[in-house]
Design a binder for this molecule. Structure first.
Ligand SMILES: [Zn+2]
Length: 119
């Protein structure tokens, strides 16, 4: 088990589950806020309205993508906890710093690898 402290994993798992619930909630709100999903607005074609809708829709799509990415990484992290591979760097295979995992439970890379990856 990579010497990962079980109690820490339990608290990280709780944090992840809470984050997952929050993301699900946010995703729902974002979808409801999207004017494109609103049937009444889709019918209007007044000048100036389209760009507003397109603008809001673009923002919604970006936000939605971010939320979905977060959701995916939470699911991945939870499945790793289940399989016992949680906390292992995907790049070098070393144990990810515990402080890093506590601050960012969805981290899949250790600090030095993530520094190399981020542009
Ligand atoms: Zn690494």
């Amino acid at each position: 088990m990579l010497g990962f402290p079980g109690k820490k994993v339990d608290s990280i798992k709780r944090v992840l589950l809470r984050q997952q619930a929050q993301v699900e909630k946010n995703l729902k709100e974002v979808e409801e806020d999207d004017p494109v999903n609103d049937g009444s607005l889709a019918e209007t074609s007044e000048p100036g309205t389209d760009s507003y809708i397109a603008d809001t829709h673009t923002k919604t799509v970006i936000l939605e993508k971010q939320l979905k990415d977060t959701k995916t990484s939470i699911i991945v992290a939870l499945s790793k906890i289940k399989s016992g591979s949680y906390g292992k760097c995907e790049k070098c295979g070393k144990q990810i710093e515990l402080g890093r995992l506590l601050a960012m439970p969805t981290a899949s890379l250790c600090l030095s690898c993530s520094k190399k990856v981020s542009k």
